[in-house]
Design a protein around this ligand. Sequence first.
Ligand SMILES: Cc1cc2nc3c(=O)[nH]c(=O)nc-3n(C[C@H](O)[C@H](O)[C@H](O)COP(=O)(O)O)c2cc1C
Length: 567
Amino acid sequence: MPPTTTSILPGPHPSDAHESTALAYTEQVFRRLREPMPPLGYRVDWADQPSRHKIHEGGTLLPLPQRCAELGASLDDAIRLSSLGPEAPPGGGVDLARLGDVLGAYGLTGRRLQLNWNEDARPRTSATRSVWARPTPSGGGMYPVESYLVTGDGPLPAGTYHYSSAHHALDRLALGDHRHRVHRALGAPDQPDGVAYLVAAVRFWKNSFKYNSFCYHVVSQDVGALLASWRLLLAAHGEHAEPSLWFDEALVHEALGLDGLHESAFAVVPVRWAPDLVPAGPATESTKVATAAPASREDEVWERSRVTRGFAVVDAVQATCLAGADTRPDPGRAAEGGVTDDAGRVHAWTALPPPTALAGDLGRVMTARRSSFGLFSSGRPLGADELGTVLAGTSRLRHAGTDVAPAPGRAPWTRLHVLANHVDGLGAGAYAYDEAAHRLGELQRTDVGRFAQQHYALTNYNMREVAAVLVISGRLPALVAAYGDPGYRMLNADVGAQAQAAYLAATALGLGVGAVLGLDNLAVDELLGLDGTDERSLLFVLLGHERVGRASYSHSILAGSSEGHRS
Ligand SMILES: Cc1cc2nc3c(=O)[nH]c(=O)nc-3n(C[C@H](O)[C@H](O)[C@H](O)COP(=O)(O)O)c2cc1C
């Protein structure tokens, strides 16, 4: 029986007999363009917005080596290695330079100065309101995910570190080896030598000041986008990473000195130091296990906002989406949330040309990645080969594993549909992508430009100019039935990862791209025939060619790289 929704949320909800907070919340999320979510009348106080960077005042900064412009591995290589699971050939571990490349996924690469359709096109030219580019996208450009490292026996003094995205440096929060707390949180048997832990934690106010109740939906996808970047960057360095999504958050918060309220851990990724960086022999004064938990450093965080606030709905969903001390569900559970590339609703199939190579160096592709924000042009249709290559590359990353759904052979939790608008050889309409046969199944012919324009809530894209909309969907109630509310958080991590994969695949082909949440989910579900099923559209990615000859100013801050302008 599908899980039901709860009545604890303020505002409209369908039935008081329901039990899942996550499902009640997402019903509000999906309806939000028709019935605004509470708090009604919320006004964003832009003058009092938080900083995009978490900074500890008086912290001890350890500069990281500058990110490599080129990593020596293509996007294809990185995607392939990511989906192998433990069958991946053993890598050589990471050193500080490689770790810097990975953490740099949320670091700054340059200033955004291209003219586009965003409302901030003018203010961003002022130094105090500048907008900075990062390799990973984030809903609304809020970057709420904070990266941490917990290490004990590698090239750094044993300790807990925060990645300072403003400085591309590690901020030391505590000395001593606190890995045992993370280790216990993961429920892992033995503490392996030379393993450190990356933690992705969400600092809610960085997003909620803008999106209020909608925050949780966005940040849980943002986490997925960052995890995809980490996974691919580690793979480019020969390292296979399998993020843990199910762990006792309280123990991880203890290791990081977090209170779990302002900020909460969403994922842990074990990384291996290169063996020659791990000292042999017994623990020394600087590597011995720290028994006392590090003190909270929250008081030292520079909070730019004079007034901060919480949102009851976000707190409620966050509370029920925690895994806590519950035992990690058996990996066999993952199949319960699996999607099938079903043929039931399809009228006719169109074979796609074989995908071309995503041969661009991952480092360069990541640096060039950006959202198109209104720059699409219908003047040049999207080639079926281009669309097929983005679909194939993006879909492939669905097979990458996690602790709850290990690779190889995991059941993907998301799939892709296409709303084709200007695609060579494809009539305008809705299609389902069948990854195994690399073909598109026609669901319905329709004027997609008109449909998408009518159902897009913002003014920063002209949907009629967009060549195709990728729809990332998943069986949300099935995952909540299998895992409880953490199933929602874990599904959204996959959704965000798909978005980043699509961004990178499109960028590698020189296409314009942009993730959007602002399309009416209910209308899209109806168009795709998902409304009578347990599958829901969760995020959209716009694709197409961009107008040529666009005005911009190159302001890269990485040596040996350009901002990746394609004009
Ligand atoms: C989960 C997610 C949701 C997003 N939703 C929207 C959206 O609704 N509208 C939009 O224009 N951009 C959206 N974006 C794109 C971000 O605004 C963009 O990544 C951010 O502003 C940084 O710009 P960049 O991608 O050019 O680096 C989304 C991105 C992510 C990862």
